[in-house]
Design a binder for this molecule. Structure first.
Ligand code: DHB
Length: 304
């Protein structure tokens, strides 16, 4: 790995600013390890919950011209089971790993943090923004600045690890909500989760493509929205941002960096291009630095 891409992550060293986005490889250590072996610098697990969740019945993912919609339903084998995979991951790699957790209220988030505190995770990401579980749990928490603030404040009192808030692109005032997250003690932000939800209809079967009807929108369609949110938020907060949402190729990653992201989350790109996409994006970042005569990734400056 080229040292020009090396970056610190809460005191740990990552070989690349690329972050595997939550949900892409589930919670199994072998999948997460594969991403690192292919040049990914930092790993995020699938969101974990207190109890196991089977998730929604399929089809849960569908492609359209602008990206993907998905409605997994937070499938995971519970936080206790999932954290064992982090232990196994750490036997094979010292890449930083972020434990993503999902809950429906403050108490449940705090309970999840107690488990994460005893794990080998390097940071915890609060999934405040899943678009898919509205029927069960109400709207995503992250559209309310007040809720975001309350949860982070409570979690920070318990967490031994840095706390990352993952926000939703659905709110009209994400920079404002992000500022409240920072004031409540968030150590970083992940911007953004999937948009929507949206839907696709199979015209021959005359029914929705996803069995759950609706799913979060990711990929190309999300990029300009995510990029604008990262750009505006970076101007008002002083904590690092993991920029994510439609980074499919190296040039997209560069745009997010120029908008103010410290790290670059890669999700849907793996559906399109497989694990090789991490190497491709790393190589493009290095070529860009050569072209622009910039010494290291850290030296790429945010635009005005
Ligand atoms: C799911 C969760 C998310 O946060 C998301 O963006 C998309 C899907 C899910 O598990 O359903």
């Amino acid at each position: 790995m080229d040292s020009r891409l090396s970056i610190s992550f809460f005191g740990k060293r990552a070989n690349s600013p690329l972050v595997l986005a939550s949900g892409i490889m589930g919670v199994s250590y072998s999948g997460m390890l594969k991403a690192v072996e292919n040049g990914c610098g930092i790993i995020t697990t699938k969101s974990m919950t207190l109890e196991p969740r089977k998730g929604h019945d399929g089809p849960v993912v569908a492609e359209f011209k602008g990206g993907f919609i998905n409605s997994m339903g937070i499938s995971n084998p519970s936080i206790e089971e999932s954290l064992r995979e982090i232990t196994d991951f750490k036997k094979h790699s010292d890449a930083p790993i972020i434990a993503s957790v999902f809950a429906i209220d403050t108490n449940e988030f705090v309970n999840l943090i107690k488990f994460v505190n005893d794990s080998e995770a390097d940071a915890v990401e609060l999934n405040l923004s899943c678009p898919n579980v509205a029927d069960e749990f109400g709207r995503p928490l992250a559209v309310s600045g007040e809720k975001v603030s309350e949860i982070i404040y409570a979690v920070k009192k318990t967490s031994k690890l840095p706390v990352i808030a993952k926000l939703s692109p659905n709110a009209y005032n994400v920079p404002e909500i992000a500022k409240r997250a920072e004031l409540a003690g968030a150590d970083a932000l992940t911007l953004v989760n999937t948009l929507g939800p949206g839907m696709l209809i199979d015209i021959n079967a005359r029914k929705p493509v996803l069995l759950n009807k609706f799913g979060g929108v990711s990929g190309y369609a999300l990029k300009p929205i995510a990029l604008k949110i990262v750009y505006q938020t970076a101007k008002v907060v002083n904590i690092p941002i993991i920029g994510t949402g439609g980074i499919i190729a190296g040039d997209d990653a560069i745009e997010f960096r120029l908008a103010g992201a410290s790290y670059l989350g890669i999700g849907t790109a793996v559906y399109y291009h497989g694990m090789g996409v991490f190497t491709d994006i790393n190589e493009r970042l290095l070529r860009y630095m050569d072209e622009q005569k910039i010494d290291s990734f850290n030296d790429i400056e945010t635009i005005a």
